[in-house]
Ligand binder design. Structure first.
Ligand SMILES: [Zn+2]
Length: 115
């Protein structure tokens, strides 16, 4: 019988990955910065790779989030993924690439503190 997603989250492979992400993020929510363990830190997958075990995804695909932020982020990301898919289908790939690089450059500027 194939393992369910819940089965895989109980495996040592996932538990080790989860711990490494929580350590990387300093045991704080990456969205609100709250280190309060009473809010329950969870590890969120920003995306899934088809057929790949949850514990085998790259670290950059995951974020430590408190339970309230996880509840907020999950449906918003799903909505954004759908919008992105619609944009990808409706736009020439060269335009998508150009917009993507401009967006990344702008994000880098914002991270460096320029406005
Ligand atoms: Zn949070």
């Amino acid at each position: 019988m194939p393992k369910t997603y819940s089965d895989k989250l109980r495996e040592v492979k996932w538990q080790q990955k989860r711990l490494s992400i929580l350590l990387r993020d300093g045991w704080k929510c990456r969205d609100c910065g709250n280190p309060n363990p009473e809010l329950g830190l969870e590890v969120h997958h920003c995306y899934y790779l088809a057929g790949v075990h949850p514990g085998d995804h790259p670290d950059e695909a995951m974020l430590s989030l408190c339970h309230p932020c996880h509840q907020i982020r999950q449906p918003r990301e799903q909505a954004l993924h759908l919008v992105m898919a619609k944009i990808l289908c409706a736009t020439p790939i060269t335009h998508i690439e150009a917009m993507f690089w401009l967006l990344l450059a702008r994000c880098s500027e914002l991270e460096r503190g320029s406005s």
